[in-house]
Design a protein around this ligand. Sequence first.
Ligand SMILES: Cc1cc2nc3c(=O)[nH]c(=O)nc-3n(C[C@H](O)[C@H](O)[C@H](O)COP(=O)(O)OP(=O)(O)OC[C@H]3O[C@@H](n4cnc5c(N)ncnc54)[C@H](O)[C@@H]3O)c2cc1C
Length: 528
Amino acid sequence: MEHFDVLIIGSGLAGQSLALRLAETKRVAIVTKKSIEDSASAWAQGGIAAVLDTADSLDAHIRDTHIAGAGLCSDKATRFVVEGGRRAIQWLIDQGVPFTPDQGSDLGYHLTREGGHSHRRVIHVADATGLAVQTTLAAKVLSHPNIKVFSNHIAVDLLTGTKLGLDSKDCFGAYVLDIEKDEVRTFGAQHTVLATGGVGKVYLYTTNPDMATGDGIAMAWRAGCRVANMEFIQFHPTCLYHPHAKSFLITEAMRGEGGILRLPDGTRFMPSHDERAELAPRDIVARAIDFEMKRSGVDCVFLDMTHKSADFLIKHFPNIYASCLDLGIDITREPIPVVPAAHYLCGGIVTDLKARTDLPRLYSVGESAFTGLHGANRLASNSLLECLVFSEAAAKDILATADADLPILPDWDESRVSDADEQIVISHNWDELRRFMWDYVGIVRTTKRLQRAQHRIRLLAKEIDEYYSNFRVSNDLIELRNLVVTADLIVRSAMRRHESRGLHFSRDYPDMASQARNTVLRNPLRGA
Ligand SMILES: Cc1cc2nc3c(=O)[nH]c(=O)nc-3n(C[C@H](O)[C@H](O)[C@H](O)COP(=O)(O)OP(=O)(O)OC[C@H]3O[C@@H](n4cnc5c(N)ncnc54)[C@H](O)[C@@H]3O)c2cc1C
């Protein structure tokens, strides 16, 4: 049994920044599925949005966030995050993050402008911001005497008062599988934080790393927390489609530089979907590609840059040029095969402005949390900012909360399970789930498709629950169990929304309702 003041599940920006903010006075454990670097945070390219330029204003950033969120952003959460922006960036600068300088500006750092932002406000480290931030923080985390990092450890379930048969609903830690030793360990903690990131792996195509299986959301749901707005999944329109390329983004700047989207037979299709053609906003382009793929039954469409000179392409897109060439695609001579891919979850575990969930001593920060900031669609580069602002808020609340007497925590019970007999059950169900979620619960939804998905989810859930009760847990089984819960929450939320708003588009309800409402789900088996 391990005991810590704070147990943080996840080593993305949310988890690492929180650990550093607590470690002066608290003993902190970070458990993370693979290495400390393995996270969506490390893959973020663009940057972090914050009001830093004197010509910009908090009101403008708040307004832009609301417009992107299609009327569903919480005003309180939006103001809270935007107002915390400058402080959050200063904290990163103090940690040593080498933001791209701009000697010509008063700020001293370069700011870019991204879609949906009315000002230049995205601070960045060239085109690999997340990696620079994560590497800087990881060096500090790993050398901090009060932080212990458990790599190759996957949290299985939360340890709550309810689970232990106590009167209180407090969270006292979690069961965690040590993947290398293949044993489940008990982590007791005064405070537990879910910083487990997103859910991209629930879909066949995603820009997310493999670890994004919705574990934190599923654990919180099983423990009795509310989750909200799970239907709002942001799809990136152009991810490279190639059997050996995993989650490789083709930047939207390519369309900005004149890229043309074509069907396999060479037909250009965007002008018939939107007068802005390839320059339409990302959700419209993603929807058009989805429509064309489903209509003609093709596996991908193509982004054609061949009308640009080779010099131009190699100079402006050196990474994409080199990566595609490695896979045998010369983008100066042939179009790039692309598909839309699940990118970001706007919903998650319901939290307040202190990052508290419905259960005492349980927090959630980052993409796993629903704070109300993103509404029905995320404004670019607001997510890393949200991680930073809410990790500061969680740290303050944890530091201000008195310790409790921890109950005796039972060890994980393996007495009634045996070794799994057939791994094929897991891999088959994993593939099936991701494919039907893509086909039926993707970018364009209908009630009939959602019902089909729900029917399959029920069958899968039953089979996986049985498997889970009979066999020893493994990394794949834990992830699959969580993916099914996550898929179920997405489908249920989508079925409840009888309108099209932001990222949720239903052919049966194409109009936007006059009143904007969040979709909040409660677990009937575990009322919080
Ligand atoms: C390709 C890409 C580009 C992006 N670009 C930008 C951008 O430019 N700007 C922006 O603001 N946002 C961007 N985003 C979104 C942003 O990166 C994420 O929303 C953000 O990094 C989420 O941070 P997080 O700390 O919540 O989760 P993550 O960084 O995803 O970290 C989650 C952590 O939890 C761990 N974990 C999960 N489940 C378990 C478990 N059961 N047990 C133990 N550990 C677990 C994982 O191993 C990982 O360490 C981008 C996302 C992607 C995929």
